[in-house]
Ligand binder design. Structure first.
Ligand code: 13P
Ligand code: ZN
Length: 268
């Protein structure tokens, strides 16, 4: 089976196209990385020939030998379906950095946000052995909300939970929020990864959102649910503000019925 025929690559391309159509990934905005398993790799790339090597300037010892499908820096989600060999790459974490095994045909490097992706993968794998995906987008309404809403995590989380009944069930651990930090830096990578120890959603104010999960559907759905809540919040504010809402007791009841543990400090 060729790389382009594989289920995981088709899912990546489909997800990127959906994200583009939702307006979350303008120009080269956003990036995705997906941890590949050996079976997928053997089916796609039985020979594993190294095309070129890419240096890294942060510690990836815990990911040594792992393979990732990644988006290329500067590449457009809009073009993923048309040009997957340019927009995507398959890399292996090796002693000297990354070995590029497939893709990134025009010489691009993997996303400039690789520190955040790899550090977040390490953090999530500690929490969940089935973890696979880190996804970044410039989701419109979440980004807008970062200008107008309190950036205290408990406040932001509670507002999102109140905007759609499903939210508390989909992300009971709430949302992590960083201060503004330089994109692409090791610092933003380390801070995001710290938040990822307890949250699968991390907001970068005035920039975008990160999501983590075990599959493309789950990770996309997580961001989609939070973004939908932020969109409703925007409409509610535009329609003159909240007149009635889900009560704190109803949120507690929801959590109990659906068997999730809401983040401490939000409902009490
Ligand atoms: P890349 O094109 O390097 O992935 O950067 C896009 C982006 O969203 C930076 O935060
Ligand atoms: Zn970005």
């Amino acid at each position: 089976m060729s790389v382009l025929e594989s289920k995981i690559v088709r899912e990546m391309v489909e997800t990127m196209s959906n994200m583009y159509r939702l307006g979350w990934n303008e120009r080269n905005g956003g990036n995705i990385s997906c941890l590949l398993n050996e079976t997928e790799l053997d089916m796609m790339l039985p020979k594993k020939m190294i095309k070129r090597q890419i240096a890294l300037d942060f510690d990836v010892a815990k990911l040594m030998g792992k393979y990732f499908l990644v988006t290329g820096s500067g590449h457009y989600f809009k073009n993923a379906a048309k040009n997957p060999e340019e927009v995507l790459g398959i890399v292996r974490v090796g002693g000297g950095g990354l070995d590029l095994l497939w893709g990134l045909e025009d010489g691009a490097n993997p996303t400039s946000e690789l520190p955040t992706h790899f550090m977040s993968h390490m953090a999530r794998l500690e929490q969940d052995a089935n973890h696979r995906i880190i996804m970044h987008s410039h989701a419109t309404h979440l980004l807008a909300m970062s200008f107008t809403h309190s950036l205290k995590e408990e406040d932001f989380t509670k507002t999102l939970w109140k905007m759609c009944t499903e939210c508390i069930i989909v992300f009971p651990e709430g949302i992590g929020i960083l201060p503004w930090l330089m994109p692409g830096s090791n610092e933003i990578g380390m801070e995001t990864a710290k938040k990822m120890e307890t949250c699968r959603l991390v907001l970068w104010p005035y920039h975008g959102i990160y999501g983590a999960g075990c599959s493309f559907d789950e990770t996309f759905g997580l961001i989609e649910t939070a973004e939908k809540a932020a969109q409703i919040y925007s409409y509610v504010r535009a329609q003159g503000g909240i007149k009635q809402t889900i009560s704190t007791q109803e949120l507690k009841d929801l959590a109990a019925v659906f068997g999730v543990v809401p983040r401490k400090g939000v409902l009490d």
